[in-house]
Structures are given as C-alpha cells and as structure tokens.
Design a protein around this ligand. Structure first.
Ligand SMILES: [Zn+2]
Length: 313
C-alpha cells in the first residue's frame, strides 16, 4: 500500500533524474556555414522541437554589414541567443549590428531578449502577432523544451519596417512583405549576392509547418519570391538551395496538402482516418514527417471540412 510519505517521496525524487540528464546537455553546439560574399547560415535540425535538440531547429542568417553582422532571426530561447552572440563574435569581433525577425513563430524570435540593446526589426503585423501570441507560445515552448528555456522572456521586435528598399548597416536589401505561412512573413533579398532569405515561406527537405497558415496566400507568396530569380535561397528550415528546388518543393507540398484535405472532406473521412493516410514517398522522406502532416490535418481540416459541407439553402 502506498503511504502518504511514499507518495510525497516519489513526487520529490522523480523529477530529479530527467532534470539532471537535461542539464548535462544544455549547450547548443552551433556552427556557421559560409554561403556567399559575407553571408553565413546556422543550419538547424530538420526535426520537431525536442529535449534532444533544445529547439535548435531553425536556420539563422548572419550577413556582414559596415559595422558588424546583421542577424536574421534569433532562435528559440535566451540560451540560443547567447550562443549566437558568441558565434557572431568569432566571425566578427564587432558582433551584431542589426537584428531582423522574419515572422512571429517562437523558434525565430525567442532569442530576442539577448539583443535588447540593438533595434530588432520586423513587419508591423509580426510585432502585433508577437505581442498577442508570445505568452501562449512561451507556455508551449517551456512544456516542450523544459530547462532549455530557463530565463527566456518574450521580447517582441522593437522597430517596424515596411516593404521595398531597405538599407541595414550599409548593406542593401529588398524587403518583401508577404504572408501565408503566418499573417506576416518577411523575406529579404540581398542586393549584393542575390541571396534570398526566405524565412518560413520556404522549407527544404523538411515538412512545412502550418499552425498559422493560409495556403492560397502562401502559394501566392511563393510566386512573388520566384519572380525575384534569386541566386541562392535560404529556407527557414532545411539546407540552402542554389537551384530553386526548395521553392518548387514547398509549393508542391502545399498543393498536395490542400488537395488531400479537400478530398478527405469530400469522401467523408474523419480526422484520424486522414492522419493515417500514407504520404507519397517524396513527402514521407522530409524531416519531421509524418508528425508535421498530422499536425497540419489537426490545424487545417476543421476549416476545410466546414467549407466542403453540403450547403443548405
Ligand atoms: Zn514559422
């Protein structure tokens, strides 16, 4: 029989083992890849958030400016932001001169607090969305990542930018204010190299995430990116792409996803049946599958089902 003391004892000792395990590994091992003239990428894991990867699943871009490095996206935690500071100083002793957030998902801006002395630029709607959703995202991230998140506070972007020509620390960009992955997705084209920092409008060999998605708008944004004829595409997740394959792959996946959800609704499948649908080989091999597809069904199927219901008069 369990005594009260045994229960209390179990409650106090059980959590210790996993915490000790996590603490021993709480260090991001970030490295940079040189990609083009004065451009480096920190390439994230193509998995979902886990205690193993500590949320280091996102691509970060560092670009040489006149007085330091321009940082595009800040990662998933305070600790991740601190690792970026160290990494940046190893590339350029002057450190980081400007910060941009591509959109308001937590893996892209939860390192912001480390850069509170530097203007953090984003689209206005991204700033609003970060203010609105930040605390909810933080609850979820603490649940998924535990001690990796310790000390992380939500710091929304501080400065609003618009689309068009943008000069950051002496380097010229075209800012493309788009959307569809979220309500506001910023892509930046580096004028010097033709490198497109696409944020999460483009995924590469990693399943796109859709918790805030508007699929038709996202597809239209991909057209706008393609029209820029970039020399190199840096996706939000997955390897850099000099061929345009990542754009094509993202569009292919979004079309397939939408058709699959619609066909499912029309043939009367329920959510669980649809989640169990086997993925085509070209999508099954993407990182974070089939979990990301299943999450997409959960996010998007209720809306599609409502649209496909036979309408009465
Ligand atoms: Zn995202």
């Amino acid at each position: 029989m369990l005594t009260r003391r045994a229960v209390l004892g179990a409650l106090t000792t059980l959590p210790l083992a996993p915490r000790a395990f996590a603490q021993a590994r709480l260090s991001y091992d970030l490295t940079t890849k040189p990609l083009a003239d004065g451009i480096w990428m920190v390439e994230g894991a193509t998995d979902y958030f886990s205690m193993q990867n500590g949320g280091a699943i996102v691509n970060i871009t560092l670009i040489k400016g006149d007085s330091g490095l321009i940082l595009i996206d800040t990662g998933s935690s305070r600790r991740y932001g601190e690792a970026l500071v160290t990494l940046a100083r190893n590339l350029d002793i002057r450190g980081i001169s400007a910060v941009v957030n591509t959109h308001h998902h937590p893996d892209h801006f939860f390192g912001n607090q480390v850069f509170a002395d530097t203007p953090i630029l984003a689209l206005g709607e991204t700033r609003q969305a970060a203010l609105r959703d930040g605390d909810g995202f933080a609850d979820n991230m603490y649940r998924l990542l535990g001690d990796w998140m310790r000390g992380t506070e939500v710091v929304p972007p501080s400065d609003v930018i618009a689309g068009g020509d943008l000069r950051l620390d002496g380097r010229d960009f075209l800012a493309l204010p788009l959307g569809g992955h979220t309500e506001a997705d910023l892509a930046l084209l580096d004028r010097r190299t033709g490198t497109l920092i696409a944020g999460d409008l483009v995924f590469h060999d990693r399943a796109p995430t859709t918790p805030s998605a508007d699929l038709p708008r996202w597809t239209a944004s991909l057209e706008a990116l393609e029209a820029q004829k970039p020399a190199l595409i840096l996706p939000g997740h997955g390897p850099a792409d000099p061929t345009g394959a990542a754009l094509t792959q993202t569009r292919d996946y979004l079309h397939w996803l939408e058709a699959t959800l619609r066909n499912g609704a029309q043939s009367g499948l329920d959510m669980v049946e649809l989640m169990e649908t086997p993925l085509p080989d070209r999508f099954a091999t993407m990182g974070a599958q089939p979990q990301e597809y299943q999450r997409s069904v959960a996010h998007l199927f209720p809306g599609v089902e409502r649209e496909e219901l036979p309408r009465g008069n």
